[in-house]
Design a binder for this molecule. Structure first.
Ligand code: B12
Ligand code: SF4
Length: 476
């Protein structure tokens, strides 16, 4: 049996380390046909990778590239340099196996990343079906030219078609429980759970539908609960985090998941990103609370009616206010995410967003404010940026470029946000994230001293408010 070494190249620990769920699913898809070994660079490091190659002499090496950069306009970190300069030479120097890339970051810029890193092949999109097809073609000595989802280095055209969709039946992610060393993920992380793939919406900047598809493909609530139950038994106390692009769409699916968890009496701690304001109801939030949610993220991006339209959001300002009222009524801690600087943003539209936060966001909840929108190829935002002359159609987007409405510009946007957040302790600019280590230390000490059970973000917010109160502030 041939050996496939799968490498998790994601060493990023901000906001916390994330376990390589995609890699686990790919591993499950080829298990039985190949001997599968995993090297997690986050825990094994370069020495561990060298040792794994020497010990296993792999026939193929698959590298999962989750992040290209950290989407931070103020000081972007670009992860591909390390893969090109350190990881690829290490693998090439130690074995002659073909190197195959995959992962969500890779999927966004496949030909550019293959070119930059010098890897041999790549799988664009989901890997459960296309990766085994590619391996089978290589096993039989064929040049894999016409496999949907597969690209070869130097190939000018896109793949012949999208990677075939995986069946979402069963619980293949259970393998994640034994695949990696969990200690590195335990302290601050959360175990990822996917309940569906895809998103039907068309937000102007968003790359998610490109990675997961433009339709919703939902897993059965019972399969999701089976997976949580099995992983909880393996891993012990650890929060579970839903990693769907959007958690509460299509309507009824998130509710069904919560009901199944409640019905089984699973005593687990849950959180999710991607709660879309369009489908927030008190019923959903109460079910989430009962199921074990400790907190969640809500992602309106803006509260200006003009920006909501220009960003292609699927809800209006009144919908957003309605969602905020439900969140306030149910009282689950919520982290709000806003993306400032989109098409048409001006000081007036920024004021509308800040006024929404002042009026509708509970002061104990964080509003996380990012300036500038990372431009991804093929998005409506990309077309806008070209039309407005910020870049040309053939400008490479591998190194991150950010859109900020030209009428405002990046410097004015950042200065305004900095100024306006000084009088609002719960509004945190992205550049203040992660919080300064001394603030975290103080918060942890306070929590121990007073035996606080609230989410850490609430303790941090109180301390930040005290610090800001000691400095003068201005309001818009
Ligand atoms: C959920 C999520 C989060 C959660 C993660 C929670 C958790 N506990 O895991 C949170 C909010 C913490 C988060 C944080 C960040 N995220 Co995020 N996140 C996502 C999201 C929505 C889903 C990721 C996921 O788990 N998918 C489910 C798994 C099953 O899918 P998958 O990994 O893609 O794997 C499949 C394929 O890619 C492929 N595959 C994967 N590996 C391999 C390997 C081989 C060899 C092959 C052949 C195939 C293959 O097959 C798999 C199965 O089909 C994606 C967007 C998206 N919809 O994909 C962004 C995304 C991955 N995140 C992104 C970013 C940038 C970040 C942050 C850097 C943001 C920040 N500054 O904080 C951090 C980094 C965190 C870290 N430590 O790495 C970007 C990466 C793109 C880029 N510009 O680099 C994405 C794509 C979103 C975007 N902006 O477009 N994120
Ligand atoms: S921002 Fe959310 S709702 Fe909009 S397309 Fe992306 S995943 Fe879908």
């Amino acid at each position: 049996m041939k050996t496939v070494l799968l490498v998790n190249a994601n060493e990023c620990t901000v906001p916390y380390p994330v376990p390589p769920l995609g890699l686990a699913l790919v591993a499950a898809a080829i298990a039985g046909r190949y001997r599968v070994e995993v090297c997690d660079l986050l825990t094994a490091g370069e020495a561990g990778l060298a040792e794994a190659i020497a010990r296993q002499a792999p026939d193929y090496v698959g590298v999962s590239i989750r992040n290209v950069d950290d989407v931070a306009m103020h000081a972007p970190v670009f992860f591909i340099d390390r893969i090109r300069d350190v990881i690829m030479p290490l693998i090439r120097g130690a074995c002659a196996a073909p190197i195959i890339l995959g992962g969500s970051g890779f999927t966004l810029l496949p030909r550019e990343i293959l070119q930059e890193t010098g890897a041999d092949y790549g799988v664009v999109g989901e890997g459960e079906v296309a990766f085994p097809m590619l391996l089978a073609a290589l096993d039989s000595g064929h040049v894999p030219v016409a496999i949907p989802g597969v690209v070869t280095r130097g190939q000018a055209a896109a793949p012949v078609g999208p990677a075939p969709a995986a069946s979402l039946d069963g619980t293949p992610a259970v393998g994640l429980g034994t695949l990696i060393a969990w200690d590195a993920y335990r302290q601050r992380g959360a175990c990822p759970i996917q309940t569906k793939r895809g998103c039907v919406h068309r937000c102007a900047y968003c790359s998610y539908p490109r990675i997961e598809g433009r339709t919703f493909r939902c897993r059965a609530a019972s399969a999701v609960a089976d997976e949580i139950e099995a992983l909880a038994a393996q891993l012990g106390p650890l929060p579970f985090e839903f990693v769907d692009s959007i958690f509460n769409d299509p309507p009824g699916h998130a509710e069904a998941i919560c009901r199944e968890i409640i019905h089984r009496g699973l005593r687990v701690s849950l959180r999710t990103m991607g709660l879309n304001p369009a489908n927030v109801t008190q019923e959903l939030l109460l079910l989430m609370k009962e199921a074990g949610f400790q907190q969640f993220d809500c992602t309106p991006d803006s509260a200006s009616p003009l920006l909501l339209r220009n960003l292609g959001k699927n809800f209006s300002r009144p919908d957003l206010e309605q969602a905020a009222a439900c969140i306030r009524a149910v009282g689950l801690p919520c982290k709000w995410f806003f993306l400032l600087g989109g098409p048409g943003e001006t000081l007036d539209t920024l004021r509308e967003t800040f006024a929404f936060i002042d009026a509708h966001v509970v002061p104990d909840d964080i509003a996380h404010l990012s300036c500038g929108l990372r431009i991804y190829p093929g998005t409506p935002l990309h077309a806008t940026a070209v039309r407005e002359g910020l870049l040309t159609a053939d400008t490479s987007l591998l190194r991150p470029l950010f859109y900020v409405a030209p009428a405002l510009g990046p410097e004015r946007l950042r200065a305004t946000v900095h100024e306006w957040t000084r009088s609002r302790p719960n509004c945190i600019p992205a550049e203040e994230f992660p919080p300064p280590p001394d603030l975290v230390r103080e918060a942890l000490a306070l929590r121990r001293r007073e035996n606080l059970q609230e989410p850490l973000m609430r303790t941090l917010l109180r301390l930040r408010a005290q610090r800001l109160a000691a400095t003068p502030a201005t309001t818009p």
